[in-house]
Design a protein around this ligand. Structure first.
Ligand code: NAD
Ligand code: ZN
Length: 251
């Protein structure tokens, strides 16, 4: 992928012209860091099925399966670093063009690439856990120790409620404040840049419609087609790191 590619050159010009960019990211921006996306075969997610929220609430066995997945992901995250894609987004912030990053990811890599940029986490974070009944916050490390040493599933020391990673599971309500912030940022954007999302998870993907309605240019960078390609103003097929590196002249 080079800056001579017509789509990349067009993206470069639009990034130059834009004043209020909102970046919307999915699992695809983190694959270059070594975190598998949702659909890749053989990855973490095909071995360990995500546990739907109702199942987590319903049984200790489901909570144990969910914690096995959370701890496995958490261990993986300790060894990975932000990649060229995360750094390119940080570069947009440095140039004063970035309104916000809206991410579906729970890996915290945008914040690690640039702690100063505004990151709206639509699906929460795996960085800590919370009690589902009273909201008390718990660190992951002591939970890991009790889980690995005694097979203990965590419960709240204040109220006895189930403790879960602060991520949004399938079937769990979206965080209202994050969703409202994402909608505000999207309405304010002149360029809405989608990076590495299959755009099948709603209501998050509906932000693309909102951006379009609000008059922003919509650009999708993804290595496979999405259902939103038809309404996008520009679709760039390829690897995020290479595409953005070339478009921003960072290579
Ligand atoms: P997804 O897996 O459904 O889609 C990822 C898309 O990115 C795919 O279309 C894939 O072709 C593309 N892609 C992968 N690597 C790419 C690359 N290097 N360059 C260009 N395109 C690339 O992910 P989603 O849309 O985010 O939805 C899955 C859900 O699972 C999300 O809600 C997210 O919360 C969760 N999830 C998070 C992580 C994470 O935090 N890193 C990882 C897996 C899943
Ligand atoms: Zn509690």
């Amino acid at each position: 992928m080079t800056a001579n590619d017509p789509a990349v050159a067009e993206l470069g010009r639009w990034l130059e012209q834009a004043r209020r960019i909102v970046v919307f990211t999915g699992a695809g921006i983190s694959t270059e860091s070594g975190i598998p996306d949702f659909r890749s075969p053989g990855g973490l997610w095909s071995r360990l099925r995500p546990v739907p929220f109702q199942e987590f609430l319903a049984s200790e066995d489901a909570r144990r399966a969910a914690w096995a997945l959370t701890l496995s992901l958490h261990a993986r995250l300790a060894d990975v670093e932000p990649n060229r894609g995360h750094r390119a987004v940080a570069e947009l912030a440095r140039r004063g063009k970035l309104v916000a990053v809206i991410t579906q990811n729970i890996d915290g890599l945008h914040q690690r690439a640039d702690p100063a940029q505004v990151v709206i986490e639509l699906h929460g974070t795996s960085a800590y856990a919370i009690c589902l009944d009273c909201g008390a916050r718990y660190e992951i490390e002591p939970i890991r120790q009790a889980f690995e040493a005694q097979g203990r599933v965590p419960y709240c020391t204040h109220c006895g409620g189930p403790v879960k990673a602060a991520t949004i599971s399938f079937g769990q309500a979206m965080p209202q404040a994050a969703m409202a912030a994402a909608e505000r940022a999207t309405r304010d954007a002149d360029l809405f840049l989608v990076l590495g999302s299959s755009l099948v998870v709603h209501p998050a993907a509906g932000l693309v419609d909102l951006a379009k309605l609000a008059g922003a240019r919509v650009v999708i960078v993804n290595r496979e087609a999405t259902d939103y390609d038809a309404i996008a103003d520009l679709v760039v097929g390829g690897e995020i790191g290479a595409v953005l590196g070339a478009a921003l002249g960072m290579d």
